[in-house]
Unconditional design. Structure first.
Length: 112
């Protein structure tokens, strides 16, 4: 028998904007449309008491396998462009650190 390890969660260098297609709760994954494709998605912070409903905008911050990790829109700022996609410019180091530090506590809780 071959043992396969599940992939670790990966934070994207630049968060993106997605739209909820199927309700996402802290205990139940849903689905989002991100970059013209539908993806399974779950809340990045399992301790959150947020429910994301269809048509809600979310910020996609990373992935775990093929499942996107999302937070409610406005939790972090991915940048606003006219077409709703994140800005292509690289964020400054301080901007990147701001949102990654905000999420670091979420990932550290998982290791406990």
């Amino acid at each position: 028998m071959i043992k396969v390890q599940a992939p670790d969660s990966i934070l994207f260098p630049q968060p993106g904007v997605g739209k909820v297609e199927r309700t996402i709760t802290p205990t139940k994954p849903g689905r989002v449309k991100f970059k013209a494709t539908y993806w399974p998605a779950r809340l990045c912070d399992h301790d959150s008491q947020v429910t994301l409903m269809p048509d809600d905008q979310v910020t996609v911050v990373g992935r775990h396998g093929i499942t996107l990790l999302v937070v409610p829109a406005g939790y972090i700022s991915p940048g606003n462009s006219p077409d709703g996609e994140p800005e292509v410019e690289e964020p400054s180091q301080s901007q990147s650190l701001g949102w990654t530090q905000k999420l670091s506590s979420v990932f550290s809780k998982r290791g406990r």
